[in-house]
Write a protein that binds this ligand. Structure first.
Ligand code: NZQ
Ligand code: ZN
Length: 388
């Protein structure tokens, strides 16, 4: 453990089939005014909206609603929510949905009482939080991002064609409580389910591919990857397999609540490229990540060969006998590619709406970083062309 750290995560998790029973006691901890935030129609179609409203009414809350939060939430929606918070003196933002709704809730919370332009301050300049925030509670309906237990808020500014992530401190911005009932994810369409599964897998790889150490986090990340592969295969066979869906849900929450990242150097370049792909195409986050991952890892594996060999052996059980390290590492990346195919994820950027003209614009606007190697604009462009 070479990097010192302080870790505290304030989110109280209620997990399982009975998790909703804790909503009334959580609501009782906050004032009267609640901003209820949700997406387009899934929570009304599933009946969850009625259940939540009933608890809010019984708790005597005055509810203001902001519906229609987009997948890949926009800055315009953040500003709309911030306005409602000020107008109604909101005491709690209750986000019911997936990562997009929860990320938007954090954006609203940070922006409502910000005296300057929040986009410039918090997403472009990444300035420290300098104003009061509004507490957030969540009811998760789609699993993948771990936004239910972290401080991340990824927002798309349509005018600027930028999708930027901001990681606010856990102690101020992580939800105060999150209700995780795996059964709520049964209605998630298959395309979104596999997107979420790959998002989780990507979070684990982004944290794994960095550093030369051999710390506890490396072993925990491997464990989470193995659990996810097994649960994903079971959920593909039977989407109503509770064991599988609950394991996927917990793999996701654990995958990015920052506990597996302590003392780790990390990568995150696949995410940086995908965010700009999303800004141009509005594609599902995990699908974009899957398309980019294989060409990205083929481009950078040599810089972190030892870790790619370990990944091939420990995650994909590649037999190293009679093979060079390079062959083993590449075989591991081939196994990743096969897993993406097994999930049924598209293989090319064309399939998610990218055009050839977009590629240089995406490459140029991508934030450049990386774990073992810092990529250049030209390298990002080559990666994009390789999966176009
Ligand atoms: O809008 P509704 O009707 O609710 O439909 C949603 C949406 O279309 C649907 N859905 C959600 N729960 C459902 C359901 N449909 C049926 N039944 C249910 N139970 O699923 C669609 C996708 O939802 P969304 O919230 O967009 O997906 P996800 O959770 O993957 O969130 C993606 C966003 O999170 C960001 C991504 O960039 C993207 O903007 N991320 C946030 C992170 C964080 N906070 O730490 C990290 C991630 O790396 C990621 O960047
Ligand atoms: Zn992600």
């Amino acid at each position: 453990m070479n990097i010192d750290f302080t870790y505290q995560n304030p989110t109280r998790i209620h997990f399982g089939k009975s998790a909703m029973q804790y909503l009334p006691e959580e609501l009782a901890l906050y004032g009267k005014n609640v901003l209820l935030l949700y997406g387009r129609n899934s929570i009304k179609a599933s009946g969850l909206y009625d259940a939540v409203m009933s608890d809010l009414q019984k708790a005597g809350k005055k509810v203001v609603e902001l519906a229609g939060i987009k997948s890949n939430p926009t800055y315009a929606q953040v500003l709309q929510g911030a306005q409602l918070v000020r107008e109604h003196q909101v005491d709690l933002i209750l986000a019911v949905g997936g990562g997009s709704v929860i990320d938007c809730a954090k954006g609203i919370s940070a922006s409502a009482y910000c005296k300057q332009d929040p986009w410039t301050l918090y997403w472009e300049q990444q300035a420290p939080l300098a104003n009061p925030v509004v507490p957030i509670g969540t009811i998760l309906t789609m699993t993948g991002t771990a936004s239910e237990m972290n401080g991340g808020s990824v927002i798309t500014n349509d005018d600027k064609k930028l999708k930027l992530g901001r990681v606010f401190p856990l102690e101020t911005m992580a939800p105060k409580f999150s209700i995780l009932n795996p059964e709520f994810t049964y209605t998630v369409p298959k395309y979104q389910m596999i997107s979420g599964i790959f998002d989780i897998f990507s979070h684990l790889m982004e944290q794994y591919f960095g550093g030369n150490d051999d710390c506890v986090s490396d072993y925990l990340l491997e464990g989470d990857m193995l659990a996810l592969i097994s649960a994903a295969r079971a959920a593909l066979k039977d989407p109503h397999d509770y064991e599988a869906r609950s394991n996927i849900m917990w793999c996701a929450t654990m995958g990015l609540n920052k506990i597996l990242a302590v003392s780790k150097e990390q990568d995150w370049e696949v995410h940086m490229i995908e965010h700009q792909l999303g800004a141009y195409t509005d594609c599902a986050h995990g699908i974009g990540l899957a398309i980019i991952s294989v060409p990205y890892y083929r481009a950078i594996y040599k810089y972190g060969l030892h870790r790619f060999v370990r990944y091939a052996k420990n995650i994909w059980h590649v037999n190293p006998e009679g093979k060079s390290d390079e062959q083993v590492a590449l075989e591991g990346i081939d196994c990743l590619s096969k897993f993406i195919q097994e999930l049924g994820i598209p293989q090319t950027l064309r399939e998610v709406g990218a055009t050839e003209e977009m590629l240089p614009l995406i490459a140029e606007s991508t934030i450049k970083g990386g774990g073992y190697h810092v990529v250049t604009t030209e390298e990002v462009l080559e990666i994009l062309k390789a999966c176009f």
